[in-house]
Every structure is written in C-alpha cells, then in structure tokens.
Design a protein around this ligand. Structure first.
Ligand code: C5P
Length: 229
C-alpha cells in the first residue's frame, strides 16, 4: 500500500533514536512526519534534516508564541533548514512576523487556532467568552488577513473554515481517531475519512499509531479508512 502525503504521523517519542525506529517500522507506508516539542530539545532539528534527506515531508510543530520580533528571528533561523510546515499560535502579530521571516523559503506557516484538547468548558475556565468554534472562526479570519498558509484546527471545524478561506488554504487537523479508538486527551475528534470530507487538506495522527502494538497495521487501517471514502 502506498503512502498518502496528506497523512502526517506525530513522532511524539522520547528520543530521536526511538523516532527513527518508528520511521523504519512504518517504512514506505508513511511519507510525512511531525516533530513536536518532545523531540525539539533532544535533536529534533537534526532529525528533521535526516528525514528530509530520506525524502520525507517534515512538519515542525513548535507552536511559536512570543513577541513579534522574537518570532521573526526564530522563523528566520528555521526557514532555511528545509522543513515543510511550522506552527505558530494564531495571534495577529505572531502570524505576521512568521510570514515576513519565512520570506522566499518554501516553509508553510500554519497557525494553531484552538488546541483540540480544549472544549468550550475548558476555554471558559481559562477566561475566554467565546465558544471553541467561535474562537476558531475568529482566528481563521485573522490568519487569512495575516497571510499564513493554513491553520491547525479540529476536524469538526474544518467544514466551516473551508467556507471562510481562499482556495489552496491548508487545513491540518489533529484530533483524528478511528471510531473504535481511544480519544485520550483529544476532545474534538473525527475519523480520518470524515476529516477529509470536512475539508481538511492534511491530518495528523500520533498515539493511535506510535503507541499501537502493531504500528504498521494501525497505519494500514487508517489508510483503508481514508481510501474507503
Ligand atoms: O497522539 P495524537 O494523535 O493525539 O497527536 C496529535 C498531535 O497533534 C500531537 O502532537 C499534538 O501536540 C498535536 N496538536 C494537537 N492539537 C492542536 C495542534 C497540534 O493535538 N491544535
């Protein structure tokens, strides 16, 4: 079974060695990987280069959030390294700084709208008056204005987001689970097939693959689910 370039596997693992072992196991079934905060301090950028050299797409999920000047310098350091996507939080000054610093590089700037582990209740507790969906759509409009390439959002919101964004705008959705799968800390979830039907351009799946007793079989079931659609 060939890989689907729209499926990113989140390598949320303790070491680059374990990450590379997972990449070996998944082999040609997966051509795109997400490196996040767990691997960043222990060789994540070096791993990104290794994966790029093996022809894989690399999504750096670092969720940058700082004053604009600092984000700009961080993105200027990251952009020439050849990764395909980078996340920043969907705050207007952060997004504009990232777009400016990406300059002519092919790195796609992806704005995190609202973490998929947060629901309305959790947002109220933090102090937001808007529901998760209202906040996502509000931030999507600001993301389009800032000129980012896409957003990260729950698969449940992808449909409404598609209606607000220009053609070609990317929507990457974590929070993807097979219908019989353990949701873990994810709250706003859907199946892979439903995420694409809702308008996602890419999906990210981590633990259902990396913690599976047979990760290759888990990928097979996910690809079957996507292709059945
Ligand atoms: O293991 P799981 O499939 O839940 O992994 C989802 C990945 O997507 C994690 O690496 C998580 O950090 C990331 N993510 C998320 N929600 C967002 C942005 C990123 O779950 N809004």
């Amino acid at each position: 079974m060939g890989a689907d370039p729209r499926l990113y596997v989140a390598l949320d693992l303790p070491s680059t060695q374990q990450a590379l072992e997972m990449v070996e196991i998944l082999d040609d079934d997966i051509c795109a990987y997400k490196i996040g905060l767990q691997l960043l301090p222990v060789g994540g950028m070096e791993l990104a280069q290794v994966l790029k050299a093996r022809g894989k797409a690399v999504f750096l999920d670092y969720k940058l959030h700082d004053i604009g000047a600092t984000v700009q310098k961080a993105v200027a350091s990251i952009a020439p390294m050849g990764a395909d996507m980078l996340t920043v939080h969907a705050t207007p000054d952060v997004m504009s700084a990232a777009v400016k610093a990406r300059a002519e590089h092919s790195l796609k700037i992806m704005a995190v709208t609202v973490l998929t582990s947060l629901d309305d209740h959790a947002l109220r507790k933090i102090g937001f008056a808007m529901s998760a969906e209202e906040l996502v759509l509000h931030r999507v409009k600001q993301a389009v204005e800032a000129g980012v390439d896409g957003v990260i959002a729950s698969p449940l919101e992808a449909c409404k987001i598609r209606a607000l964004v220009p053609d070609g705008f990317l929507i990457t959705t974590p929070g993807v689970r097979m219908s019989d799968g353990d949701k873990g800390d994810q709250k706003r979830v859907s199946t892979p097939r439903q995420a694409f039907k809702n308008g996602a351009s890419h999906i990210v799946i981590g633990r259902p693959i990396t913690q599976a007793s047979d990760p290759k079989a888990a990928v097979g079931a996910i690809l079957d689910n996507i292709r059945a659609g």
